[in-house]
Each structure stands twice: as C-alpha cells, then as structure tokens.
Design a protein around this ligand. Sequence first.
Ligand SMILES: [Fe+2]
Length: 313
Amino acid sequence: MPATSPAHSQNTAAETTNLITVSRTSPREATSLCEELECGNILYFSEPPFLIPAEDREALLGQKQSSAAFHKNVAYRPAEDRVTGLDESDAAGAERLHAILRGYSQSAMKFLGELLTPYAGKWKLDYASFRPIEERGRVARLHARNDLPHVDAFPTRPTNGDRILRLFTNINPTQSRVWMTAPPFAAIAPYFAKSVGLPAAQWQGALSASLRKLARAVNWPGARRSPYDQFMHACHNAMKEDTAFQQSAAMQRWEFPPNATWMVLTDCVSHAVLEGQYALEQTFIISRAAMVRPELAPVAILERLAGHPLTGA
Ligand SMILES: [Fe+2]
C-alpha cells in the first residue's frame, strides 16, 4: 500500500500532494477527478484500469537488459508509430516490444477519454515509454537524474502553456516503484521565479507574430518555445541544481506497489523516482483550454507573477 494514506483533498492548490484512490465501487464525477489532478493530487488505481495482457507483461519482464541498448528507456511515438531505444540486434523482440507499446498507448488513450471526459479529444497523444532500468543508483547526468525533485518540461516538445499529464503502471510483479514529491508548483513558483528570473513579455504585436511565423517556417532553434516553456525548462534544471531546496523542502514518500497505476500532472507536481524497475507510461499534452481550474495551471501562476502573457495563446 502507499506509504502515505489516501486522503481527499480540499480542492485547492496546496503545499502537499494527496493520493486519490479511484475505484469502480466508488465512482466520482469526471470533473471532480480533473480538479484533483489540477490541484496537484495523484489519481491512484490499485489495479490497471485497462487490460495489460499477461503475455505482454512476461515479454517486458523478459527484457533483462541484454545489451547496452537497454540502458535507456524505450520510447513509443504514436504519431509516427515508431519506437526508439530498442535493441536492434533482436528484430523479433523489437517487433514484439513495438506491438506491446502500441497496445498500451491505445488502451491508455481509450481509458483516459472515458474517465476524464472534460479532457477527451482536447489533447495531443505524446510518447509512451517502457522503463526497464532499476532507478535506485541509476547513473545519469545531473539534469537527467530522476531521483531529484523536479517539474517536467520537454525542451524539444514545448507545450505553450498546455499541461503534461502522465499515466504510469508498475508492471514489476514483486517490487514497488517509490516516488518522492516536493511542494507543488504553486508553492515553489515564487522561489524559483526569483532564482531563475521571470521572462519578459514577448511575442506581442503583429511584427513579433510575423517574425515568429518566419522562425517556425525555417525551423529556427527554439522558435517554438514560448517564454513559458523557457521558464519551465530553466525551472526543471534549477530544481535539480538546488541542493538547499532539496534538503529543506517538505518531501512526501509514495510507494506504488506491483500493478498500481497512477496519473499525475507532472508539470505542477514536483516529483522524483527513487526506486523501481519495469514501468509503463503514457504522456498526454492536455489543452490549457480544457482545464476545469485554469487558474491553477503553471502558466496562469507564472503569468500572475510576471504580470503579462507568457505564451502565444
Ligand atoms: Fe519527471
């Protein structure tokens, strides 16, 4: 069971994260579940809410890091129906893994559309991933470390204020996946706005819009990154660099046992992965316009602090 008892939130952005257990026997309104997520809480299912075939799990667990190619996550890109990070020396295994990830991605999308109806159809299906590496002791460069609390920001896939929702399943039959969370973005934003510096107003006016269009047309590096995206990426890095923050922030520890599935808006929940091996994950980029509590979105928090718009929206 989770180390911290499930609790019901007060539906406000708080200093802590709550675990909201979702079960078939006590269904909740879709809007209320969205609100829990947007307040920085975790939606928790003790069993996967959609089928992950036993033979798929066995095939994934059989991936015993047989080669150096497996020392990274395997990513599935739904838009291209393509997998990266595969062990190419095993063509049959690669094909099988591709099919499993495609199936997980499609099941996750169908499930989310049925559960969180306010978001349905208002998202971009982002990457899915298989995480076969033990997280405890995993060696990575500082900004790539999973064990340091951070909010997510994808430098190559800017969201322009849209939200990053991730759904995870622990398919390890015996070992929990252990997370730590720090205070959510609403609580830490003023501190990191000072240390990182809030971006100036940009992208306003017809001339700026024309230049932006031109920069995008020629694929100018960073042309698609709004001031919001630039801040979020800088904040992600600053959180991992800031040892004083890591030592002084109030942390909560979470244990997701075998079979657990959970959903989090990882751009507002400061999270770190401490232990665990063999997880599946699907990322959704949810439109900012679909939020049921838009004032709690990181972009809204930052725009209030900055006093001006930070995206092209
Ligand atoms: Fe993350």
